[in-house]
Design a protein around this ligand. Structure first.
Ligand SMILES: NC(=O)c1ccc[n+]([C@@H]2O[C@H](COP(=O)([O-])OP(=O)(O)OC[C@H]3O[C@@H](n4cnc5c(N)ncnc54)[C@H](OP(=O)(O)O)[C@@H]3O)[C@@H](O)[C@H]2O)c1
Length: 258
C-alpha cells in the first residue's frame, strides 16, 4: 500500500492505524466507511462483496479495530448477514489504553425490528449488540431482541432520530462511531449533519446498471463539502479519507478537540 497524499516516502510501510487514527480527545466522531466502483455503484447483485477487495477489507478491519461502535442499518444487516466484530489480539493493548472494550459493539438501526434474533450478531457477540429503534417500536420485537441478548435503545418516535442516536451512543462512552452504511442510513446521517468523516474505497471497475450510490436519500441542500485528508492506493484501488467541511461539518481535523 502506498500513500499518495499527503506525499510520503513510497518505500515506507503505511501504518493504517496511524493514518486512520481518530482525532485526539474527540468525545464523539462519526466516521463513515463505504466502497464504490469508479462509476459510483455501492452494490453488486445486492451486496458489496463484488466490489470490495483485499486491501479494502484490511482497512475495513483496521477501522473496526479503532472504533467504539459500528453503526449499521438493518437493511445491510439483512443483506450481508452481519456477524459480530472480532476481538483481535494485536489491537488489545491500544484499545485498553484508550479505555475501549476488547472490540467494537455493533449498533443496528431499525424501525421495524424485523431481524433474525438467532443470528450470532445478537446471540454471541463479544460485546453486546445494540438495537437503536423508535419509542413506538413493536413491543414483541423489543422483547425478542432483549431475550436474544441485545440492548435496545429508543431514540425518537416513528423513525430513529439519528442525531439523538449518536448522542445516546456517546453518552455510553461509545463516541468513536464507525458507520458502515448502508446508503439509506448514511444519507440520513449526512442530512442530520452528523457525519464528520467519510472513508471511501474506490474500486477499479465499472458496473453500470442502477445500483445504489453510497448515499440513497433526499438531496443534500447545497451539497456537503468534503476536504481530502489522505489518499492511499493498492491494487488499483484508491482509499480516500475525507473530512466533512462547511456548515454541516466541524472541520475539526484529526488532532483537534471535537
Ligand atoms: N458499498 C458499501 O460500502 C456498502 C455498505 C453497506 C451496505 N451496502 C449495501 O447496501 C445495501 C443495503 O443498504 P440499504 O440502504 O438498503 O439499507 P440500510 O441503510 O443498511 O438499512 C436501511 C434500514 O435501516 C433502518 N433505518 C434506516 N434509517 C432509519 C431511521 N431513521 N429510523 C429507523 N430505522 C431506520 C430501516 O430498517 P427497518 O426496515 O428494519 O425498519 C431501513 O429499512 C445492501 O445491498 C448492502 O450490501 C454497501
Amino acid at each position: 500500500m502506498y500513500q499518495l497524499l499527503p506525499p510520503s516516502n513510497r518505500s515506507r510501510q503505511v501504518d493504517l492505524a496511524e493514518v486512520y487514527a481518530y482525532p485526539t480527545g474527540a468525545r464523539r466522531w462519526v466516521r463513515a466507511n463505504m466502497v464504490a466502483t469508479v462509476d459510483g455503484a455501492a452494490t453488486a447483485s445486492g451486496k458489496s462483496e463484488g466490489i470490495s477487495g483485499e486491501a479494502d477489507k484490511r482497512i475495513f478491519g483496521v477501522l473496526r479495530a479503532l472504533a467504539d461502535v459500528v453503526l449499521v442499518g438493518a437493511g445491510t444487516v439483512r443483506a450481508e448477514q452481519y456477524r459480530p466484530t472480532r476481538v483481535r489480539e494485536q489491537y488489545q493493548a491500544a484499545r485498553a489504553a484508550a479505555g475501549q472494550a476488547p472490540t467494537a459493539a455493533v449498533a443496528v438501526v431499525s424501525r421495524a425490528m424485523d431481524l433474525d434474533w438467532t443470528m450470532s450478531l445478537f446471540t454471541s457477540p463479544a460485546v453486546p449488540t445494540i438495537v437503536l429503534t423508535a419509542t413506538d417500536a413493536p413491543q414483541a420485537q423489543v422483547d425478542a431482541a432483549t431475550e436474544a441478548g441485545a440492548e435496545v435503545i429508543a431514540a425518537g418516535t416513528g423513525d430513529v432520530d439519528l442525531a439523538l442516536a449518536v448522542d445516546r451512543l456517546a453518552e455510553r462512552g461509545l463516541g468513536r462511531i464507525l458507520c458502515e452504511g448502508g446508503p439509506h442510513l448514511l444519507a440520513q446521517l449526512a442530512a442530520a449533519g452528523k457525519m464528520d468523516e467519510l472513508c471511501l474505497s474506490m474500486a477499479p471497475q465499472l458496473r453500470g446498471g442502477d445500483s445504489m450510490r453510497i448515499l440513497a436519500g433526499p438531496d443534500l441542500t447545497d451539497g456537503l463539502p468534503l476536504i481530502l485528508h489522505s489518499l492511499l492506493t493498492e491494487d488499483g484501488f484508491l482509499f480516500a479519507r475525507y473530512l466533512v467541511g462547511g456548515p454541516h461539518g466541524s472541520v475539526a481535523g484529526p488532532g483537534m478537540e471535537g
